[in-house]
Design a protein around this ligand. Structure first.
Ligand code: DQA
Length: 147
């Protein structure tokens, strides 16, 4: 049976490719998502993507998408370090969430070292750049195909 996953990006991730490339790389989100879709096509996974700069919109989306997907890849951006509301939302979801960060957040400013989301996510991938999304997708795929 085909799997359906959501890939969700928080604030400023729409600016990938033109934003602090030394931390986030030069690939745009469109190009990253094309690679994910290629993996998806090869493994019978359909993907939907959502990005918002707003905390409430992310919460609304996560609350409604859990009814049509089996898993979620989530880069909460800076909200990882600040948002108890998003943490509570993720904790309430009935599907596994894998948190992804492109940069090595543990090796940057001290305010980035803690993620509220990590406490409630099933998986946590940091520091692999755009490849982290592919790793997360594979992780979710293997979770359902092998578990
Ligand atoms: C990020 C890390 C966050 O600290 C930062 O605010 C981002 C991107 C990452 O993918 O490395 O917006 O989530």
């Amino acid at each position: 049976m085909a799997l359906q996953f959501a890939v969700v990006n928080g604030p400023n991730l729409n600016r990938l490719g033109k934003r602090e490339n030394h931390h986030y790389g030069s690939q745009t989100w469109n190009s990253i998502f094309k690679e994910l879709e290629m993996f998806g096509r090869a493994h019978d996974i359909s993907l939907e993507a959502f990005q918002s700069n707003s905390e409430g919109a992310l919460i609304d989306y996560l609350q409604e998408v859990e009814f049509r997907v089996q898993g979620i890849l989530f880069n909460p951006g800076a909200y990882a370090h600040t948002s108890i509301a998003l943490r509570d939302c993720v904790a309430s979801l009935s599907v596994p969430v894998v948190e992804v960060h492109l940069s090595k957040i543990g090796k940057r400013e001290s305010f980035r070292t803690h993620s509220y989301i990590a406490e409630v996510a099933e998986g946590y991938i940091v520091g692999f750049g755009a490849f982290g999304y592919s790793l997360g997708l594979k992780l979710l795929h293997d979770h359902f195909k092998q578990g």
